[in-house]
Design a binder for this molecule. Structure first.
Ligand SMILES: *Cc1c(COP(=O)(O)O)cnc(C)c1O
Length: 423
């Protein structure tokens, strides 16, 4: 038994599924997860001495690679001054300024500790501001694990949601209406029926939690217009796309300004930190100014804020990073395409789909052959390349993935035996 197998076996008795976040259990690829010893740059090392090129990057935060010296040094230094105060600091002001510099629509914002919390709070603000109760979300988009976000499509009527998890009252589904990503008609239909009750439409501007599914050319513009028409707010959940597609996220990349946005992952530089914010008149609804309550013992934590500041500063000072990771991801994309696989890529967000169909929404994604994905995952891991252990996740390329590392990965992809693995 390897050390990882041994640790996993013991963990199964301590934590549900042996893990603290369910995707980490490798269930989708029917394997045992490796346990991490450390990570540096583009590499992650397990407790059995294996060294993998890491294309998971902690599921998105790691745009600078692991343990970036500038971030780590700043964090070490600031620890000496105390780990948490529960009182305001200048650092929060600095991070807020940096975020606003990159994302001008963030006129006013709040720091929180997770993407889940950011979206949950933004939706509450939208409800408080509009005094409406229903929201629209898209099937296959992920917005964290709060009760109202974990909804899937019911059978039959498109708009009727059912909880995607046990433990969520069935009645919650009344407040979350589901539309199809990239399908304007599905949104129009809901708006025609419930428009005056819709507080907001929340969307991943590039869907990246069902594999990467880019918006059709006018889809985001359509959402901007229809929300205006009905007096609903548009929320961009940029927890993945923020600071990934561009300094200004998907809203800069596509030139569409939402009313509210959420950020997480990269903005915390590897620490628990997320942000929600947007229009000043809307954010003025938040307590203690307004009537929408939201708070957090560790919100704006000085260590997390420091990691965020150093990460954003590095990105702002080195904007060429975006073309570098874009180019390197395109090299990997080319290798997949040569195998005849369907790929989607927006900048350094990419995924490979094991299906014959074109993919525009969740129904298309659901045609993917997860057994084929599992074989491919196995092949990559054997070749010391770690990609997300699920068909429905993105691949992340960081600044630390040098041209040489990318070339080596592309070579390994090219050698994938598509015949014996029956692609
Ligand atoms: C990761 C993610 C979240 C949830 O963030 P957590 O920090 O895991 O709570 C929400 N929305 C999107 C788009 C995400 O990718």
């Amino acid at each position: 038994m390897t050390k990882s197998e041994e640790f996993f076996k013991m963990s199964l008795n301590k934590m549900p599924g042996g893990v603290n976040s369910s995707v980490r259990a490798f269930n989708a690829v029917k394997k045992t997860p490796f346990f991490v010893e450390m990570a540096q740059g583009a590499y992650i090392y397990d407790v059995d001495g294996n060294k993998y090129v890491d294309y998971v990057c902690s599921w998105g935060p790691g745009i600078l690679g692991h343990a970036h010296p500038r971030v780590v040094e700043a964090v070490k230094k600031v620890c000496d001054n105390g780990l948490t105060f529960g009182a305001p600091t200048e650092k929060e002001l600095i991070l807020a300024e940096l975020i606003q510099k990159c994302v001008p629509s963030m006129q006013m914002l709040r720091l929180v500790s997770s993407g889940t919390e950011a979206v949950m709070s933004a939706v509450r603000v939208a409800r408080g501001y509009t005094k409406r109760e229903k929201i629209i979300k898209f099937i296959g988009c992920y917005h964290g694990h709060s009760d109202g976000s974990l909804m899937k499509a019911g059978s039959g009527v498109l708009t009727e949601a059912i909880p995607d998890s046990a433990g969520i009252p069935k009645d919650y589904a009344k407040f979350t209406l589901l539309a199809n990503y990239n399908d304007e008609n599905s949104v129009k239909k809901i708006m025609e029926q419930y428009g005056d009750d819709i507080a907001c439409i929340v969307v991943e501007p590039v869907a990246a939690n069902m594999g990467v599914v880019p918006p059709k050319p006018d889809f985001l513009k359509f959402l901007r217009n229809i929300t205006k028409q009905y007096g609903s707010l548009l929320i961009f959940d940029e927890v993945i796309t923020g600071f990934r597609l561009a300094l200004g996220g998907a809203q800069e990349y596509y030139g569409i300004e939402p009313d509210l946005s959420t950020f997480g992952k990269i903005v915390g530089g590897g620490m628990p930190l997320a942000v929600y914010g947007g229009r000043k008149d809307v954010m003025s609804c938040v307590a203690p100014v307004g009537a929408v309550y939201q708070a957090g013992t560790l919100s704006g934590n000085p260590i997390a804020v420091t990691a965020g500041i150093e990460t954003l500063k590095f990105l702002i000072e080195n904007p060429e990073i975006y073309s570098q990771i874009d180019k390197n991801t395109s090299i990997l994309e080319k290798a997949y395409k040569q195998l005849g696989l369907l790929t989607h890529r927006v900048g350094s967000l990419m995924s490979v789909f094991f299906t014959e169909k074109p993919v525009f929404n969740y129904n298309d994604v659901a045609t993917c052959d997860t057994n084929k994905f599992a074989k491919y995952f196995d092949y990559m891991l054997k070749n010391k390349i770690y990609v997300a252990p699920s068909q429905f996740e993105s691949m992340f390329v960081s600044v630390a993935h040098t041209d040489k590392i990318i070339e080596q990965t592309a070579d390994i992809i090219s050698e994938y035996d598509t015949i014996s693995n029956k692609l």
